[in-house]
Design a protein. Structure first.
Length: 298
């Protein structure tokens, strides 16, 4: 039986998220793998790897909150916005600690962030990073991100540790660059580690080296149920006639099953054996109804 579920991986530095997932694909003997959010090659930490039917869940994951530990380095700005890039600006006029802390905390809340050229985002079918490596820079539209919480602590004259809780799609490299711009001295990201993604944390995560020491059976035993991606969603239990209708792709009217969720609400659909599909409440001529949108078990 093909493996199915989630592996919490502690990605090492020096490899891409794609490479890490490929190694897990080989170890788990499956072609069906994915992940819930890319980490840069130099970044470490939590990579949520989706295996088997769980790989179909990525587009439906509801929790987008991430938590990172990073190092902000002041006095230089680089083309990649991290310490490994080419220096494009430098300054020895580093502001005092209070000014740095105030500038960093001013980014709490929603702000418009321009995605970096060195990113996997695509424009007209081409990755921005591929264009950047050819010396091409294209205009990018700023987009709203949310810095839910930011804590900052001085390490030395130029370096500060950052603890950031933010929305999905936030670039910590760009946040460091923006802080440096606000201070006028330049800034870049010197290190990055993701410690949480949605409800998953590094607690219980496993390294690639540890994975490779396990037997196939032991590694499969580390898989977390796919349902855990949706633990924040309410449960709808179906049986008999309504279960047959749902599994045939039909809508189930809320007035029939005595639920009253708002349109757009997603739910976990259960039968007597447990979770089998993700459902969504939609509007129809005869009222609102629950309809399965992604089946994970037949």
């Amino acid at each position: 039986m093909e493996p199915d579920g989630i592996i919490l991986l502690d990605k090492p530095t020096g490899i891409t998220s794609h490479s890490a997932v490929n190694r897990m694909r080989r170890l788990l003997r499956t072609k069906k793998t994915g992940h819930t959010g890319t980490l840069d090659p130099d970044a470490t930490g939590l990579l949520v790897v989706l295996v088997g039917r769980a790989a179909k869940a990525a587009e439906y994951i509801t929790s987008d909150e991430k938590e990172y530990e990073a190092t902000l380095r002041l006095g230089i700005a680089t083309d990649t916005q991290d310490a490994g890039g080419e220096i494009i600006f430098s300054s020895d006029k580093i502001p005092d600690e209070q000014s740095v802390c105030d500038a960093a905390r001013s980014f709490e809340g929603e702000y418009m962030q321009t995605p970096p050229m060195y990113s996997a985002l695509k424009q007209n079918g081409q990755k921005l990073v591929d264009l950047a490596r050819r010396g091409i820079e294209v205009p990018r539209q700023p987009r709203a991100v949310n810095i839910i919480k930011i804590q900052i602590k001085k390490i030395n004259t130029t370096d500060y540790s950052l603890s950031v809780v933010c929305s999905k799609g936030t670039y910590i490299r760009t946040l460091c660059d923006d802080i440096g711009k606000k201070l006028g001295c330049g800034g870049c990201m010197a290190s990055l580690r993701r410690i949480r993604s949605g409800s998953f944390s590094l607690d219980g995560a496993i390294t690639l080296e540890e994975c490779e020491k396990l037997t196939y059976e032991e590694l499969c035993g580390r898989l977390i149920p796919t349902e855990s991606l949706f633990y924040d969603l309410p449960v709808v239990l179906l049986d008999g006639f309504f279960l047959k209708l749902c599994k045939s792709g039909c809508e189930i009217y809320q007035k029939k099953i005595k639920t009253d969720f708002d349109i757009g609400q997603r739910v976990r659909l259960y039968d007597e054996d447990g979770f089998f599909a993700l459902g969504e409440v939609r509007g129809f001529e005869e009222g609102t109804a629950v309809k399965s949108v992604k089946v994970f078990r037949l």
